[in-house]
Unconditional design. Structure first.
Length: 165
């Protein structure tokens, strides 16, 4: 993914006009993070720039070239069932909405008991109206699907557990 200077400015203008408090975008050679610490008690009407409604300043925004893509979530993901050491976990790489099938009415990508291979699509994560296919980095048999279809998920939240075979 490439992002030129004009696209970056349009994106930042749209974010400023919205009530989005945290936004992360990653490409092959950059990472862009925008965070605003808006008071939780403040209620902003839609369309009012965050800077006008809240005195808290926006964090500096800058693309990071060749930065390691390790992230630490600002809040811990929702607790999952106790982890079993014999199972591998498939986690959400972003904040998004979890979908089990490619479209409503179509069969799910995987079910409990499905054998999966590395690189196989196991779900779709929708973030900012973009549908992202999540390809697994593990192979084995799906033994647990921990998220309901259409449910919001947090970065690092366990979506599925797989027994390696």
């Amino acid at each position: 993914m490439q992002l030129d200077h004009d696209q970056l400015h349009r994106l930042l203008d749209r974010l400023e006009e919205s009530d989005i408090q945290e936004f992360r975008l990653e490409g092959d050679d950059f990472r862009l993070e925008v965070r605003r610490n808006l008071p939780t008690a403040a209620v902003m009407p839609v369309g009012v720039p965050a800077m006008a409604a809240a005195p808290a300043p926006a964090s500096p925004v800058a693309p990071v070239a060749a930065a390691p893509l390790t992230e630490t979530p600002s809040a811990p993901p929702p607790p999952a069932a106790a982890s079993r050491t014999d199972l591998l976990e498939i986690t959400a790489p972003m904040v998004a909405t979890f979908y089990r099938a490619p479209a409503p009415g179509e069969p799910s990508f995987v079910e409990v008991g499905t054998r999966i291979n590395v690189g196989q699509t196991v779900c779709i994560l929708e973030a900012m109206k973009l549908m992202n296919e999540l390809e697994t980095e593990v192979g084995g048999e799906v033994v647990e699907i921990l998220v309901e279809n259409g449910t919001p998920v947090e970065f690092g939240q366990v979506l599925m557990r797989v027994r390696p075979v």
